[in-house]
Write a protein that binds this ligand. Structure first.
Ligand code: UDP
Length: 496
């Protein structure tokens, strides 16, 4: 039985979505750097996305392996290869993906039974509640990981474990979220797009997630204590679980290659964009990237393009999948020629943490995914907040009202993830221009915002350094696992 952190064997089950896989792969490397062995279990397409990252870790003598499980896609009506939420033919297919993920229980258990050395702990995405049953049957401790930080997670806990939302009639009325250390106001739709399913299958998964959580040893969070001390405590109290903040995990990426190549193959003209940035003044450029899943309709993309163009701020805009109509518009307008010098539009995947740490970047237009938010914080960059769905509106509240390091773009109504294509609320070019210019202003407010950002960035780095809070929490988590394993062994010895 493992009795030292370096004898531990962690098995990680990341959800097949970039916002969950990327931090879990970082976490895998942090665990391996602490001497543990790590097995990441995922499907072949997802394994390929981070194989080079893992290969580099192996070359650096870290004990990491990827094992593959086939998602039963055809059985649930999904096309072959469609193994990640960002590959779904339409967002309405999310439910099929959930069904396929639920069918991994038996093959995963069979895989774990023959793993050598045997696993000492499962770190599972919360969206795989069945890993709790597997962990119980195999008598291994399970730690759970969700995407969000403690603030949003606590908000989700409050709205899912109380009747607060039933008391709110209107969808546009702002109410004060009860039981929080700060005065936070949200609307009902903003508070309820995560943790409450909108289909039978997703509701069942959320219910099972809550049930499974009761048996877990604790919750590991990609955040750091100094960022949200009150919320770490409150979350731990509310869940009656240990909460280990071990982030920002993105800061474990030290080499150029690790920082550039995270999650996907980067856009082919990335080098040009870095050169373009090199020529810009320090802190002058706004970086625009709306995450791995958010979708901008053609109308919205045009407004964004025109808003950026009309602002007096240089911009670097990464756009993942421009629609054909948008491409036609760009061509017809000669947009890219028109913005030359002032702005740059890049199609494809951004090397986000590399860009955020570039001296030329002074602001970030973000959809408020938790990873992006934390990456912005770690780089000391103030943000224009443009939430879309999930817990992103809660993250926006955290950035604006708690940390006070952002400017809202003014998005009010969440898009429902599986109805993204019906997205109605369009941010107009003037809203965009105003928010960006407001954020980048050199007035007193802007300076204070930048100063706060820099302070958080320093705290983030310290947390991840030797002796820092996140390092200590990682040790504490490993220690808790060792103690749990010792208890389990004693229990087995008592029985026999
Ligand atoms: N990301 C990236 N390049 C892109 C888009 C996203 O590197 O072009 C990364 C980003 O750095 C973050 C993750 O993908 O680590 C997205 O996670 P987040 O929680 O911000 O949002 P989601 O995509 O899950 O909505």
């Amino acid at each position: 039985m493992a009795s030292h952190p370096t004898n531990l064997h962690f098995v990680l089950f990341p959800l097949m979505a970039q916002g969950h896989m990327i931090p879990m792969v970082d976490m895998a490397r942090i665990l391996a750097q602490r001497g543990a062995m790590v097995t990441i279990i995922t499907s072949p397409v997802n394994a390929n996305r981070f194989r080079s990252v893992v290969d580099r870790a192996i070359e650096a003598d870290l004990k990491i392996q990827i094992l593959e499980l086939q998602l039963p896609l055809v059985e649930v009506g999904l096309p072959e290869g469609c193994e990640n939420f960002d590959l779904l033919p339409s967002s309405a297919h999310a439910v099929n993906m959930i069904l396929a993920m639920n069918m991994l229980e038996e093959p995963a258990e069979n895989m774990l039974k023959v793993l050598c050395p045997p696993p000492s702990c499962i770190i599972s995405d919360g969206c795989f509640p069945w890993t709790n049953d597997v962990a119980k049957r195999l008598n291994i401790p399970r730690v759970v990981f969700y995407g969000p930080g403690c603030f949003a997670f606590l908000c989700v806990h409050i709205v899912t474990s109380t009747n607060i939302l039933d008391e709110i009639d209107s969808d546009s009325e702002y109410f004060v979220m009860p039981g929080l250390p700060d005065q936070i106001e949200v609307t009902k739709p903003q508070a309820s797009t995560w943790g409450r399913g909108d289909t039978k299958e997703s509701t069942q998964v959320f219910e099972r997630m809550v049930e499974a959580e009761k048996d877990t040893l604790g919750i590991v969070v990609n955040s750091f204590e100094e960022l949200e001390p009150k919320y770490v405590k409150e979350l731990s109290k509310a869940k009656a679980k240990r909460v280990w903040c071990v982030g920002p995990v993105s800061l474990c990426n030290k080499s150029f290659q690790d920082r550039a190549e995270r999650g996907n193959k980067i856009a082919i003209n990335t080098q040009d964009s870095l050169k373009w940035l090199d020529a810009k003044e320090s802190g002058s450029v706004i970086y625009v990237c709306l995450g791995s899943l958010s979708y901008a309709s053609t109308e919205q993309a045009i407004e964004l393009g025109l808003g950026l163009e009309s602002s007096n701020i240089p911009f670097l805009w990464f756009i993942r999948q421009p629609s054909e109509e948008f491409e036609e518009w760009l061509f017809k307008e000669g947009y890219e020629e028109r913005i030359k010098g002032k702005g740059l539009m890049v199609r494809g995947w951004a090397p986000q943490i590399l860009i955020l740490s570039h001296q030329a970047i002074g602001g970030f237009v973000t959809h408020c995914g938790w990873n992006s938010s934390l990456e912005g914080i770690s780089a000391g960059i103030p943000m224009v907040t443009w939430p879309q769905f999930g817990e992103q509106f809660l993250n926006e509240r955290f950035i604006i009202n708690v940390l006070k390091i952002g400017v809202r773009i003014g998005m009010e109504v969440p898009v429902i993830f599986n109805k993204l294509d019906e997205s109605k609320e369009i941010m107009k070019r003037d809203d965009i221009k105003q928010a960006i210019e407001g954020l980048m202003k050199n007035d007193e407010e802007g300076e204070a915002r930048r100063k706060r950002c820099m302070e958080f960035a320093v705290m983030a780095k310290s947390a991840m350094e030797e002796g820092g809070s996140s390092q200590r929490n990682m040790t504490s988590m490993m220690q808790a696992i060792i103690e749990e394993l010792a208890k389990k062994t004693t229990h087995v010895q008592d029985i026999v």
